[in-house]
Design a protein around this ligand. Structure first.
Ligand code: ASP
Ligand code: MG
Length: 386
């Protein structure tokens, strides 16, 4: 055997300690998973179980149940137009409540746990209050806690701006917190735990034949999310793609690792699934698009514009006549590249609708229909393609 490196002197040698890092996972629990004390205890048990399997565990938690909405409603009672700095400080409280209670519940089970705010976790954002973007993650304190054998509980959805202000990442932003922390900690994967047990080929509440997927490439889930599927936040999926993070989306009530595995990679040829978006409005050609910046979903060849109404003021204030519409999209490269597949989809739509406009971009084929037809069209397109 050859000695490498520094030659050793007789009678004295330094032993270099080899640290084998424990595998680390990030688990994110949504608001309904921690809606009351009983559920917080259940989540604590699930976390402790993962920990006792020999893993380092970092937990990202949302606010309990409806807390964020309740805090926003209180603000709205005080002011029709509350300042965004104050709003961020207010709504960041929700996650402070859940993170501390969860840490206490874990301690009660005999495992050491510490909770951290977004700022303490090193989630650095830009200065856009209420819709901040993560610019850097410096999780020194989380690392130190893990090294000390702690389970680290992190408040989701919040960060600190470069100017030291508390910021939030936009509604549902805890998914994003979990993904960026997974990347920064180089954790094995990020488990998104909620009340749905995975990614389906369509919304199972609408399409009873929808199938749960065991494995699905990240790009396909991203296109499904952009097309209106609610399983995971688009922003979080984009961060996962940027950093090559593997996700697992599963039910809090089921065993860790039993959810859909979402692995970084391109959308396949085969149709992966169907998604509907029924919060859209069709504006006539000639409408001034500048007032809708950020909300435009499609610009049709004839000049009409499809906008997402969810983050806009009431349509009655837009100054144009907007028609409520929905889109149904199919994700898979063949539905865009193979005319036979898109014809099958269009024929299915025609069997239930007389008027529909369709287009295709990248890996996604989309048809726009009257809003009340959305569920019917989702069903027939799913039946034709999946
Ligand atoms: N509590 C925040 C919200 O309700 C963030 C989250 O749940 O991810 O939007
Ligand atoms: Mg929530």
């Amino acid at each position: 055997m050859a000695w490498m490196g520094t030659p050793m002197s007789w009678g004295y040698h330094t032993v270099q300690e080899v640290c084998v890092a424990r595998p680390c996972v990030v688990q994110k629990y949504g608001g309904s998973s921690v809606a009351d004390v009983a559920r917080i205890r259940g989540v604590a048990e699930r976390i402790v179980q993962t920990r006792r399997e020999g893993k380092d565990v970092v937990v990202v938690v949302s606010a309990m149940g409806n807390t964020t909405n309740e805090l926003l409603a209180l603000a709205a009672e005080i002011s029709p137009n509350p300042g965004r700095r104050e709003l961020d400080l207010l709504i960041s409280v929700g996650e402070r409540v859940s993170m501390t209670l969860l840490a206490m519940a874990i301690q009660e089970l005999g495992e050491p746990a510490q909770s951290f705010t977004g700022s303490q976790s090193g989630i650095i954002t830009d200065t856009q209050h209420v819709a901040a973007t993560v610019v850097e993650v410096r999780p020194h304190r989380i690392r130190r806690a893990l090294d000390e054998g702690q389970i680290a509980i992190v408040a989701g959805f919040q960060g600190v701006s470069q100017t030291g202000e508390v910021t939030t990442l936009g509604r549902g932003g805890s998914d994003t917190t979990a993904v960026v922390l997974t990347a920064a900690l180089e954790a094995e994967y990020c488990e998104i735990c909620s009340d749905v047990d995975g990614v389906y080929t369509a919304d199972p509440r609408v399409v009873s034949e929808a199938l749960r997927l065991d494995d699905v490439p990240l790009d396909a889930v991203m296109s499904m999310a952009r097309s209106g599927s609610k399983v995971l936040l688009v922003d979080a999926l984009e961060q996962a793609a940027k950093h090559g993070v593997t996700l697992s989306a599963g039910a809090t009530s089921k065993a860790s690792g039993s959810g859909t595995r979402i692995v970084p990679g391109p959308t396949p040829d085969a149709v992966v699934g169907v998604a509907a978006d029924s919060g859209l409005w069709l504006l006539p050609s000639g409408a001034e698009p500048s007032g809708f910046r950020g909300a435009i979903r499609a610009q049709l060849a004839d000049g009409r514009i499809v906008v997402d109404g969810r983050n806009l003021p009431d349509p009655s204030t837009w100054g144009v006549s907007a028609a409520p519409v929905a889109t149904v999209s199919a994700v898979g490269r063949s539905v865009v590249s193979d005319p036979d597949v898109s014809k099958r989809a269009m024929n299915a739509v025609k069997s239930v609708c007389s008027d529909a406009t369709c287009w295709a971009v990248g890996d996604t084929w989309t048809v726009m229909v009257e809003r009340q037809m959305a569920t019917e069209v989702e069903r027939v397109v799913h039946a034709a393609l999946c």
